[in-house]
Design a protein around this ligand. Structure first.
Ligand code: NAD
Length: 417
């Protein structure tokens, strides 16, 4: 038995989706008018397939209830799908979730272990912070008396039914195993990969997804404004041709490699061309704030690497730099992140730096003439250092994880798990 609290786009879809998979589901919404309408089999918003599914499951294995007590008593898992609107300062308002949790927990009697699942979208650290504290203040110990998980929803309005029934991934945030396991079991019926991660990670994954989308849209809009400011550019055509880039389709390269953190973009083209388009746009009286921020973040990330290392390594210790080229499978060192980062470390007073790259040592040495040592192979570098800073995601570094990991590793390319 499952209870779903909040029967809007997400909640109703969730309730009917689980009903369709054969679970017995209770649905509850604080909005009496909405409940009444749903009870009559009609849906107060437009969403394909939901009305048919409501007709199919209502009063069969989907029950809309007024009495939370009955639902909570009979359910092992309670999904919270209430709204989380914006507050005045932009923050997410958690009041509806806290109210709903209060109403539900009022009916939980120890030692009946129930799992609360936060499906609403809430900012990273809300579950492990505010919500956990709130529940504990109500007298429950997480993992002992009650389970607390979150389970972000990725459905798109207009495709809610399809997306819910055919998820590409299920993310379950958990702090303790018991709750996560129970929720994972429920989702086995969906035949999708299930990722059990920390509470903060689960929340972050949802925002990662939505803010990527919002950034891509603003990127495109900003580009249209740049193009308008320059003039005589066929914007529609330009974007459609951009969409033909084979990297969107994953063969042989993949756009996902650009949507991955590292220590900045470098090379001959990206820094130079981004700067030039900003300049061109400014000349045409339009200031492209997103592109300007793109360049700024590219400096910030390198400064972060330098201060992160500096915060953890003594100046006398030896640092091994792994990777000098701006990307793997290239010996191009133009605009490489490694130059700025090594210079930053030298500036901070690090004198003991040794670097290795499978292809670009000679090029780097000749171009930048920095006061550091070079190692002709990985093994000898590892034999002389305590700390390793990975700046390029070469295959050789991925393959030699075991020996590299014997050192203190700063994995700024996120190549290791
Ligand atoms: P919605 O406004 O359509 O539905 C929320 C429902 O919760 C309402 O019917 C409201 O009456 C009910 N509610 C509020 N307080 C309650 C309480 N104390 N007890 C019971 N019911 C209560 O919202 P939605 O679009 O379904 O979104 C819900 C959450 O899911 C939000 O956090 C949203 O950000 C997230 N989300 C939405 C979408 C989407 O496409 N709409 C997709 C993924 C995630």
């Amino acid at each position: 038995m499952i209870t779903v609290i909040g029967l809007g786009f997400v909640g109703l879809t969730t309730a009917l989706g689980f009903s369709d998979k054969g679970y017995n589901v209770y649905g509850y919404d604080i909005d009496q008018k909405k409940q009444d309408e749903l009870r009559k089999g009609s849906i107060p918003f437009y969403e394909p397939y939901l009305e048919e599914k409501l007709t199919e499951h209502l009063n069969e294995n989907f029950t809309i209830i007024d009495d939370l007590q009955e639902a909570v008593n009979n359910s092992e898992v309670i999904f919270f799908c209430v709204g989380t609107p914006s507050e005045k300062d932009g923050g997410a308002y958690l009041g509806y979730i806290l109210d709903a949790i209060k109403s539900v927990t009022a009916h939980i009697r120890k030692p009946h272990f129930k799992v609360l699942v936060i499906k609403s979208t809430i900012p990273p650290s809300s579950t492990s912070g505010i919500i956990k504290q709130y529940i504990e203040n109500l007298g429950f110990k997480i993992g002992v008396d009650i389970g607390l998980t979150n389970n972000p929803e990725f459905l798109r309005e207009g495709y809610a039914w399809y997306d819910f029934m055919n998820p590409d991934r299920i993310v379950i945030g958990q702090e303790e195993d018991k709750g996560g396991q129970i929720v994972g079991k429920i989702y086995q019926a969906f035949n999708a990969p299930i990722y059990r991660v920390t509470l903060n990670t689960a929340e972050f994954i949802k925002y990662l997804s939505n803010t990527l989308l919002s950034t891509l849209i603003s990127f495109s809009n900003e580009q249209s404004l740049i193009a308008r400011s320059i003039g005589n550019i066929d914007i529609k055509n330009a974007f459609q041709i951009l969409h033909l880039d084979r990297r969107w389709f994953g063969t042989p390269a993949n756009m996902t490699s650009y949507v991955y953190p590292g220590c900045g973009f470098g090379g001959y083209c990206l820094p130079k061309d981004t700067m030039a388009l900003v300049r061109q746009s400014l000349k045409n009286s339009y200031s492209p704030e997103l592109l300007k921020s793109t360049l700024k973040v590219n400096e910030t990330i390198k400064e972060f690497v330098v201060s992160d290392v500096a915060g953890k390594v003594n100046k006398e210790e030896k640092i091994g730099i792994l990777g000098l080229s701006f990307k793997p499978n290239s010996n191009d060192i133009r605009g490489t992140q490694a130059k700025a980062i090594i210079e930053g470390l030298i500036k901070k007073g690090y004198k003991n730096i040794i670097a290795y790259d499978p292809m670009a040592i000679e090029e780097f040495k000749a171009a930048y003439n920095l006061p550091i040592e070079y190692s002709s192979n990985l093994k000898s570098l590892l034999s002389s250092v305590d700390h390793v800073v990975i700046l390029t995601a070469w295959d050789e570094f991925i393959k030699n994880e075991e020996s590299i990991r014997k050192k203190n590793v700063f994995d700024y390319r996120y190549i290791y798990n």
